[in-house]
Design a protein around this ligand. Structure first.
Ligand SMILES: Nc1ncnc2c1ncn2[C@@H]1O[C@H](COP(=O)(O)OP(=O)(O)O)[C@@H](O)[C@H]1O
Ligand SMILES: [Mg+2]
Length: 508
């Protein structure tokens, strides 16, 4: 899926209202993408930003991955983005043809109205729209007027159509016809549609994906094939959540980690990751929930640079690191806590100092003239032991002498001592006692509070839900959904990660 149109970090304030709060939107091409939300959620404002009618206070727009700036709707149209507004803007006394072509620069100059009629008739045939071009707009039904608006945008070369609540004034049959026509247009002609609505059946029946806004914020995005009306309602209205432990994040900041359409093979050469996309900001924790073997191990390894990506991209602070080896990523601030504490993350026969050296032997601060600085590493190891409450007699104890909890604290301390930008933690509390578990979780929160973006991969749903600002259930190499923390109750996430969406929906 290619993302045709994207908005990143869009913020828009009106006097006394934060209409949009760091909104990210990604619209893949050739799909109908729903923007769902209650009245006042910010849908129209967001569409107006995409169409150049409203200038955002912060954030940027991207078309086919390239940054664009729309100072006016004219700019948007020039880039192939058309909009059908919530309020009709047709001239009732004019004909259909006049409404479609008038105002278009070509039609006063080189083209006569008669030439334009030929073009518009061809456009109608191509998109399967039956309209009497000579009729006056006041004679038309609302459904037909809607088509006039759409044709007007298409005539101006729109390849991305923004429709703001297009069905709200239509009768049900008219609405159904409009949606069917839109679907045919998207499937047959590769047009991309952004459909603003607050109607759930419209989303479920006509749209491929949905981004849900609530009070100016994106609270969820998912494929409609994975959604239920129930779930979408909860996204839209939010719901009370039990006051859990205080969240790690204050106001999240810049995007740190951007993952785009990432794919890779598993050890047996079959696809393990089948197109995963997400972005994390400073201070955010993403909880990836899944049953082992659904691609999470491979995802961690691809992010850490230990497994090659077969497609897609990984960016760290805007820099493409997809092809960088692990050491280079580590130097740039990618920290990784592997799931296998004793097989991968440490060497049992080595002392703690030598285990520290395993990940610091590339760090210029601990290498002198090509030789490891043993004294420096011993000091660092001691700092980790003290700072992370590792119970061990001295830094030269062997790693295998440590209990699971103490070893994990050591591994955590080794990564966190470098203040990573991104921390990938795979099963960080598996098999630990209560005290060590609480300690590790607190450290993950603290890392986020310090500005890291944390990717937490866990099979412990309670852990995911307690820590994640975002929760992504992973199933067969794909994110099933992207849930804001308030939507991510264990029941929902559990059903999604089990691939049991239908049963779950039926059971409710
Ligand atoms: N031009 C404006 N001036 C002041 N406030 C506005 C303006 N446009 C929208 N708002 C406010 O911004 C918020 C989002 O509005 P809007 O984008 O129209 O929501 P939606 O389309 O989802 O119903 C609302 O609180 C609305 O009152
Ligand atoms: Mg609106």
């Amino acid at each position: 899926m290619e993302v045709v149109l994207a908005a990143r970090g869009i913020t828009k304030r009106f006097p006394g209202v934060l209409a949009l709060d760091r909104v990210d939107l990604e619209v893949p091409g050739g799909e109908i993408h729903a923007v769902l939300g209650q009245n006042g959620a910010g849908k129209t404002t967001l569409m107006n930003v995409l169409f150049g009618l409203v200038q955002p206070d912060e954030g940027a727009l991207f078309l086919h991955g390239r940054r664009v700036e729309f100072r006016s709707p004219h700019d948007a149209l020039t880039h192939g983005i058309g909009m059908v507004h919530q309020t009709r803007r047709l001239v009732a006394a004019h004909t259909v043809l006049e409404n479609i072509v008038l105002g278009h620069p070509r039609v006063r100059g080189v083209l006569s109205l008669r030439d334009a009629r030929v073009e518009v008739a061809a456009l109608c045939r191509r998109y399967g729209v039956g309209l009497d071009l000579g009729a006056r707009v006041w004679q038309l039904s609302e459904g037909e007027r809607q088509w006039v608006e759409i044709l007007k945008a298409l005539y101006r070369g729109a390849r991305v159509l923004i429709l703001d609540e297009p069905t709200s004034v239509l009768t049900p049959p008219e609405a159904a016809a409009l949606l069917a026509g839109l679907q045919a247009m998207v499937r047959g002609e590769g047009v991309t549609a952004l459909l603003v609505t607050h109607k759930l059946p419209t989303v479920m029946s006509a749209c491929d994906r949905v981004t849900v806004l609530r009070a100016g914020r994106v609270v969820g995005r998912l494929r409609t094939a994975e959604a239920t009306e129930d779930l979408l309602v909860r996204y839209m209205v939010g719901r009370d959540v039990a006051p859990g432990p205080a969240g790690p994040s204050g106001a999240p900041g810049r995007r740190v980690l951007e993952v785009e359409d990432l794919a890779c093979l598993g050890d047996r050469g079959v696809a393990a990751l089948r197109g995963v996309s997400f972005a994390l900001r400073e201070g955010e924790i993403l909880g990836i929930a899944g049953v082992a073997g659904n691609g999470q191990e491979e995802l961690a390894q691809v992010l850490a640079g230990l497994r090659p990506a077969t497609a897609g991209r990984v960016r760290l602070d805007g820099r493409d690191i997809t092809r960088l080896p692990p050491v280079a990523r580590w130097a740039l601030g990618v920290g990784y806590i592997p799931a296998e504490r004793t097989e991968v993350a440490s060497i049992g026969a080595f002392s703690l100092v030598d285990n520290t050296a395993l990940t610091y032997h590339f760090d210029p601060a601990y290498v002198r003239r090509g030789l490891l600085d043993d004294a420096g590493l011993a000091r660092l190891t001691r700092r980790i032991i003290d700072g992370f409450d590792v119970k061990v007699p001295h830094p030269y104890a062997r790693a295998r002498q440590l209990s699971g909890g103490n070893l994990q604290k050591m591994i955590l301390g080794r990564v966190l001592s470098r203040a990573p930008r991104v921390l990938i933690a795979h099963l960080p509390t598996q098999g630990l006692d209560v005290e060590a578990t609480a300690f590790v979780r607190a450290q993950l929160r603290e890392a986020a509070a310090g500005g890291a973006a944390v990717v937490l991969i866990s099979e412990d749903l309670d852990e995911i839900v307690a820590l994640g600002d975002w929760v992504a259930p992973i199933y067969e190499g794909r994110f099933v959904a992207w849930l804001g923390r308030e939507q991510a109750d264990p029941e929902t996430v559990g059903a999604m990660m089990a691939g049991r969406r239908r049963e779950w929906a039926a059971a409710r």
